[in-house]
Design a protein around this ligand. Sequence first.
Ligand SMILES: Cc1cc2nc3c(=O)[nH]c(=O)nc-3n(C[C@H](O)[C@H](O)[C@H](O)COP(=O)(O)OP(=O)(O)OC[C@H]3O[C@@H](n4cnc5c(N)ncnc54)[C@H](O)[C@@H]3O)c2cc1C
Length: 241
Amino acid sequence: MIVGGWRPAEVVDVVDASSHARVLRVRVTDWPGNDAGQHIDIRLTAEDGYQAERSYSVGSYGAGDIIELAVDEVPDGEVSPYLVRDVAVGDQLEVKGPLGGYFVWRAGGVVPVQLIAGGSGIVPLRAIARAMSDAGVAASGRLLYFVRTPEDAIYRDELTRDAEAGGVPVTWAYTRGAPDGWQGRVGRLDDSGIAAASWRPDDEPLVFVCGPTRFVEHVADTLVRLGHPASSIRTERFGGA
Ligand SMILES: Cc1cc2nc3c(=O)[nH]c(=O)nc-3n(C[C@H](O)[C@H](O)[C@H](O)COP(=O)(O)OP(=O)(O)OC[C@H]3O[C@@H](n4cnc5c(N)ncnc54)[C@H](O)[C@@H]3O)c2cc1C
């Protein structure tokens, strides 16, 4: 029985995504399916009854009772270290959702689409990129992904492979350290760097920006300065700096 919107869920797969992030696949009882970009709440209950709830984006979309999450560990955090280090196949969780109807893209929706992620902000944008590929409009998508170093990127191999196979093209932005042979700059991208990796305002893209709060605010301010109307920019903030 589903009580108060919380559904029982079981971890069915865990894969390291970086030294501090993991992809979790979770089977959710009676999952109704989700749109690309939506999130869930997870509730953990300790043996003494203490409960903690946090939000996590869904990296997968559509029907089926197994959803994909990707969690980046926040040092000193309460929930993310548990999900990244301790949770194991067979563990039980509780999940509420799918949640959110604004930060979503559906087949037949507006194109072109600009996706801009910082760190774990890639998760809902991964789902949108998947949905665009499945809808046959990947060429109308562009993804700009900010990571500290290549090793910090979640979905690194998948994004590269998909882009090479005709999926949404990816531009990498490295803020601390780049791969060997990297010709571009390392550090925060300035206005011209963001403009060069993005659809122009004249193309009238719908823009999705996701990541830590200060990252999202910086990118959204830049986009407005470049001429994108604020009404075309959708943001999702993950907390933290
Ligand atoms: C809609 C939504 C979707 C989200 N999706 C994801 C996702 O797909 N993957 C994911 O890894 N996280 C996601 N988050 C963030 C997630 O909900 C938690 O905030 C994060 O995992 C930290 O939880 P915690 O219990 O470990 O840290 P807490 O104990 O809550 O916080 C510890 C300290 O870390 C700071 N902090 C909190 N969150 C962050 C952060 N993201 N970065 C840096 N510092 C932070 C806090 O300010 C606090 O000082 C999402 C958040 C929202 C609102």
